[in-house]
Design a protein around this ligand. Structure first.
Ligand code: ZN
Length: 240
């Protein structure tokens, strides 16, 4: 099976559309979303509906729960807080309920999916170091897991010890366990402005991180037109 695994879309419909087109061209058969559908971007409703229609699994991100009212907005920086309040006004009650019902962790027969950590997904902590990864890999019930949240693609691999790299292709059959962050669709933060996502080919035991150019001008313009903080459009050009 070829899975398109994507995370942190953050209301950026232009980036999402480009990623879905790329998935189509790559023969993706199933779609899995690691959360943060909304927050920061100008198209929360369109992103939510599109992701909901096609994904077999969607887990909750901290922005999804914040906007749904599950998580205090005081955890967010002032820009995220401002957009969260604006997003609440843009979404219908039904869409907000959908966000509040998303699970924190899900899995299928081949992998585990979370927004933050496997160990305590409700805390929305980051997996940044080999130590963080080791704690989670011990709890990982499948060979492969995917997480988002940091907006930076990275592969943590458990063999004798945990190693990590930012290779764009990982052979998961060569490791005992792999824990992969596919990066962010709608607000990459690794200095590369292109949208990021992963293709997990479970038959080939291979994960590929792909980068896709999209219309940043349009996404940025729409953020300004919506009256959201200008910096949220500007940062898209810098990938941070
Ligand atoms: Zn995010």
């Amino acid at each position: 099976m070829k899975y398109g695994v994507f995370s942190d879309i953050h209301g950026n419909y232009e980036a999402l559309k480009a990623v879905l087109d790329d998935m189509d061209s790559q023969g993706v058969e199933d779609y899995i979303c690691l959360g943060d559908l909304v927050g920061y971007g100008s198209d929360p409703g369109a992103v939510l509906d599109t992701v909901r229609d096609l994904s077999s699994i969607i887990v909750a991100g901290n922005h999804d729960y914040g906007i749904a009212g599950y998580l205090s907005l005081s955890y967010f920086n002032r820009y995220a807080r401002e957009v969260a309040r604006w997003t609440q006004d843009q979404l219908s009650d039904e869409q907000l309920t959908f966000l509040s019902n998303l699970p924190l962790r899900d899995e299928n027969s081949e992998a585990v999916f979370v927004h933050s950590t496997i160990e305590s997904p409700e805390l929305f902590e980051y997996v940044l170091t080999a130590y963080d990864a080791h704690v989670n890999l011990k709890k990982q019930t499948r060979t492969v897991s995917f997480h988002g949240h940091s907006h930076v693609p990275v592969n943590f691999l458990l063999n004798e010890a945990v190693s990590h790299n930012q290779d764009s292709v990982v052979s998961v059959g060569e490791s005992k366990k792999a824990m992969v962050n596919p990066g962010s669709v709608g607000q990459p933060r690794d200095g590369d402005s292109r949208a990021a996502y992963a293709i997990y080919d479970s038959d080939e035991e291979k994960i590929e991180i792909r980068r896709v150019k999209y219309n940043i001008d349009k996404a940025s313009e729409k953020i300004q037109k919506a009256g959201l903080p200008k910096i949220l459009g500007e940062r898209l050009y810098h990938g941070k």
